[in-house]
Design a protein around this ligand. Structure first.
Ligand SMILES: Cc1cc2nc3c(=O)[nH]c(=O)nc-3n(C[C@H](O)[C@H](O)[C@H](O)COP(=O)(O)OP(=O)(O)OC[C@H]3O[C@@H](n4cnc5c(N)ncnc54)[C@H](O)[C@@H]3O)c2cc1C
Length: 384
């Protein structure tokens, strides 16, 4: 196992200070290691996640070699030639577990933002104190965007949140964490070959969830009630002005509708599983409030906005992979983690084999199946 940094590198280096997992502690489980502390319904801090993964590295006896950067993987003969910062390796099979979120995905229009406005990504952001005083425009309303907007607003700054497609979820539903419902109802176990539109499922933004000790819901209504101004998707910059799409009403109703469908699925499952009586009555939530007049543009030269925080998602980095298996959009071509090149495998990508694939609790089942395929591949090769 080659790791360019330290064990749990992404959790040490690429997360902001206040981040907690949005998955509850009882869902932090890796093969042979699960959370056994006093607060199963709490949410780990990034430091606790680092410790958890470090412990796993020890308990599992994984042969990790840290400080080894892989700079190239090429197909040579019946295997792969791997070039690293510490030498060359020939491998008959390679598993790509380099992560789904290696770099922030920032749209091109960021180039047109006036230089007087500071720009940050979640990789550079540590906390509000780092930003200049004054207004902040947070772009993106998925898990990262809503969490950073809330934190920046609490620091006393005026915050504008640019909202594109998003996934609304309540933190708790019928007395349980909403991710308990995802787990128990089997929604998270839906397999990649059963998902209707797999490409879309793999690009779905993360849910609007935060892991706070109070287990509060952090949807757009909650943010608006703290004074966060909601605007539409950032479409262009013209003459120093940020231009936002209209149509917030439609976007909000779509997210509300999808949330309700998901809650219907939970309710149906509860009935058939006999859980209904214990769970308390089904709940429904107020529709997302549409601002009376959402601004369609904002002058970035006026001084109103001093910083832009890009919470527009993350993307993997395959710059080191010299095998033609990455499409024009930078996504790996694979079928359930079996990459389109003999002996090449992947783990830890969105909906790799199940909806839960990118979450820590998703790796065990995916790894068993992918490594099963790898073992059969090596066995067949060994006989030939
Ligand atoms: C902001 C954020 C919040 C998240 N919150 C949650 C959550 O609440 N719950 C949850 O379950 N999951 C969460 N996730 C997903 C989380 O990242 C995964 O659960 C987990 O960290 C994925 O582990 P991984 O090993 O697949 O990828 P990573 O953690 O990205 O690890 C990949 C490793 O590969 C190394 N690497 C990459 N390229 C090379 C190379 N060329 N050579 C050598 N080494 C290399 C990197 O240094 C890194 O250490 C979150 C992700 C993000 C970005």
């Amino acid at each position: 196992m080659l790791e360019r940094g330290e064990v749990a590198n992404s959790w040490r280096r690429e997360r902001w200070d206040s981040l907690r997992l949005l998955t509850p502690n009882w869902q932090s489980r890796l093969p042979g290691l699960r959370y056994e502390g006093p607060d199963p319904d709490g949410y780990m801090t990034a430091g606790e996640v680092t410790e958890f993964i470090e412990r796993f590295a020890k308990v599992s006896g994984a042969p990790v070699r840290v400080g080894v950067n892989v700079t190239s993987v090429r197909r040579v003969g019946d295997g792969y030639h791997v070039t690293t910062s510490r030498g060359e390796i020939h491998a008959r099979a390679v598993v790509i577990a380099s992560g789904a979120c290696n770099q922030p995905a920032v749209p091109r229009l960021s180039d047109a933002v006036p230089a007087s406005v500071e720009q940050l990504t979640p990789f550079g952001y540590r906390g509000p104190a780092q930003l200049p005083d004054g207004g902040v425009l947070v772009v993106g309303a998925s898990a990262t965007g809503v969490q950073l907007a809330a934190e920046l607003r609490r620091s006393g700054r005026p915050v504008t949140l640019s909202v594109g497609e998003h996934v609304r979820l309540p933190r708790t539903y019928r007395r349980r964490d909403v991710l308990w419902w995802m787990d128990a109802s089997g929604v998270w176990d839906q397999r990649y070959d059963e998902v209707e539109d797999l490409t879309r499922a793999r690009r779905l933004p993360s849910p609007q969830l935060a892991g706070t000790p109070e287990r509060t819901t952090l949807d757009l209504n909650a943010l608006a009630s703290t004074g966060v101004e909601l605007v539409g998707r950032w479409a262009a910059v013209r003459d120093g002005r940020a231009l936002f799409s209209g149509g917030l009403r439609n976007m909000f109703s779509l997210a509300d509708l999808k949330m309700e469908r998901l809650l219907d699925t939970f309710d149906e499952w509860a009935k058939t599983d006999g859980y209904d009586a214990a769970a308390g009555p089904p709940e429904r939530f107020a529709p997302t409030r549409v601002p009376e007049s959402a601004r369609l543009q904002l002058d970035l030269r006026s001084g109103e906005i001093r910083a832009v925080v890009w919470a527009t998602g993350f993307r993997p980095d395959y710059g080191w992979l010299d095998v033609p298996v990455v499409d024009a959009k930078g996504h790996l071509n694979h079928e359930g983690g079996v990459v389109d090149s003999p002996g090449l495998y992947a783990l830890g990508l969105p909906v790799l084999r199940r909806r839960r694939s990118t979450f820590m609790c998703g790796i065990e089942d995916d790894a068993r199946e992918v490594i099963g395929h790898l073992a059969r591949f090596l066995a067949v090769r060994g006989r030939s």
